[in-house]
Design a protein around this ligand. Structure first.
Ligand SMILES: [Fe+2]
Length: 443
């Protein structure tokens, strides 16, 4: 952003400026400097004032990258069984996707990169450290990296994968996470909470972010009363200082879909929502479901960015002017470019734009076929149900919903498998067809 001072310097020739002297000598106009000074002052009052008043910031949100240290897997059969049992996340290339993401960020050079939790597959210290190392060049390039833990980063069990079995070991403790990620938000915070790893981040002059940790405080998905008290003080202070505030959490603040909101939201979010409404916080950014989604309730908008390692491996780019969000755009990590530049030989990575959705279709197709196998369905209808379920799921996760003749296909699921959980899921996804949730212009 061109600041008034910079703009004025361009027009204002200082006393000893060679350019000013040259003009003065050539024209022989004694009053030239004074005239230029008057002109610069007039212009700086008019044009630059308008330019400098709007502070534009670019913020990226990436989430649920579930980084797994290559030292913890042999990428063998047992490991791939786990990958296929998951929801389509490309865990086998989490390291490569995260490296490509880091390079994308260095090219994009946003003001801040928010990492909203589930940084690792299952919270091993090795994965936490390696992922933190991948983000270090961003900080060194002057990009604010701001992280919070998800429900898979701290406490519980971590795993390693080998042919002779899957071994579990204790995941990192909150203190270990804090030590590794202190430079990514906590150390440079406006204020941090004593009851959790929550903190307030300042981005530019006009915006503060509530980086809310609801996972490392001992109760997954919950906001402690003490944290709410701390938060109210912070929101009041921000209001007094005329700062805009955007919330960030791992789990969702709003129900994104009535058919599957249970278990993915912040527990008892009413008090938090009331606080945000009271202090004019109108946007929350989150992840956790691995699905791209936008929801509205009252004065609140929540944008859920899909998992960074699930096709198309996207992150959200939010443009903010004077603290006010203007637009949100999901963009895919350019894994192919990274693979080409780094001499990768794996075809999956070199042709990642084809591989990523095909892998998702493969994973979900296996699950859907297993569900359909249990019911007596004529072959033609079974195939139609499978195709519909896989494509609906793909559109749902990637946020690229389009209206179609889905009702007829959904009717088959309701007819043959009326009480199956997957039918409920499809019902919810179809109910929302019609608008893509990868782009949003704020009103
Ligand atoms: Fe999560």
């Amino acid at each position: 952003m061109l600041k008034a001072t910079a703009f004025t310097q361009v027009l204002w020739f200082p006393e000893e400026s060679a350019a000013a002297k040259k003009i003065s000598d050539r024209k022989g106009q004694v009053g030239m400097k004074k005239w230029l000074a008057a002109l610069a002052a007039a212009v700086s009052l008019m044009i630059p004032a308008a330019l400098s008043q709007a502070e534009t910031k670019t913020i990226v949100l990436a989430t649920d990258m579930h980084y797994l240290s290559p030292s913890l897997t042999d990428y063998g059969e047992r490991f791939m069984e786990t990958v296929y049992a998951s929801d389509g996340k490309i865990i086998q290339y989490s390291a490569e996707i995260c490296k490509a993401f880091a390079e994308d960020m260095l090219r994009l050079s946003p003001d801040a990169v928010i990492l909203s939790g589930d940084l690792t597959l299952n919270g091993s210290a090795a994965s936490l450290e390696e992922f933190a190392d991948l983000m270090r060049p961003l900080e060194e390039a002057g990009i604010q990296v701001l992280a919070i833990p998800g429900n898979h980063d701290v406490g519980g069990k971590a795993y390693s994968f080998a042919e002779d079995g899957i071994r579990s070991f204790p995941a990192a403790k909150a203190a270990e996470y804090e030590a590794i990620y202190a430079d990514y938000g906590l150390n440079e915070s406006v204020q941090r909470d004593e009851a959790s790893l929550s903190y307030i981040a300042q981005v530019g002059d006009a915006l503060r972010l509530v980086m809310l940790d609801v996972n490392a405080n001992g109760t997954e998905g919950s906001v402690r009363e003490k944290t709410l008290e701390w938060l109210e003080t912070q929101l009041r202070e921000a209001q007094e200082k005329g700062m805009a505030v955007i919330g960030v959490s791992h789990q969702n603040l709003l129900p994104q879909n009535p058919y599957y909101s249970a278990g993915v939201m912040i527990n008892r979010p009413q008090k938090l929502r009331a606080l945000y409404e009271k202090y004019g916080v109108s946007l929350n950014l989150s992840g956790h479901t691995h699905m791209q989604h936008i929801a509205f309730e009252g004065s609140l908008t929540e944008i859920v960015t899909s998992s960074l390692i699930l096709t198309p491996c996207q992150y959200g780019v939010i443009t903010v002017e004077d603290g006010k969000p203007v637009s949100y755009d999901a963009r895919a990590v350019d894994v192919e470019a990274w693979a080409g530049q780094h001499g990768e030989e794996k075809e999956d990575l070199l042709h990642f734009t084809e591989y990523a959705p095909a892998f998702f279709v493969d994973v979900v197709g296996r699950k859907v076929r297993a569900i359909l196998a249990g019911a007596e369905i004529p072959e033609e209808e079974r195939q139609r149900m499978e195709d519909f379920a896989v494509m609906t799921s793909l559109r749902d996760f990637t946020g690229t919903r389009t209206a179609g003749d889905e009702e007829a296909d959904l009717a088959l699921w309701l007819q043959y498998l009326p009480n199956n959980g997957f039918t409920y899921y499809l019902k919810g996804a179809v109910a929302e067809s019609g608008w893509p949730m990868v782009h949003y212009d704020f009103p």
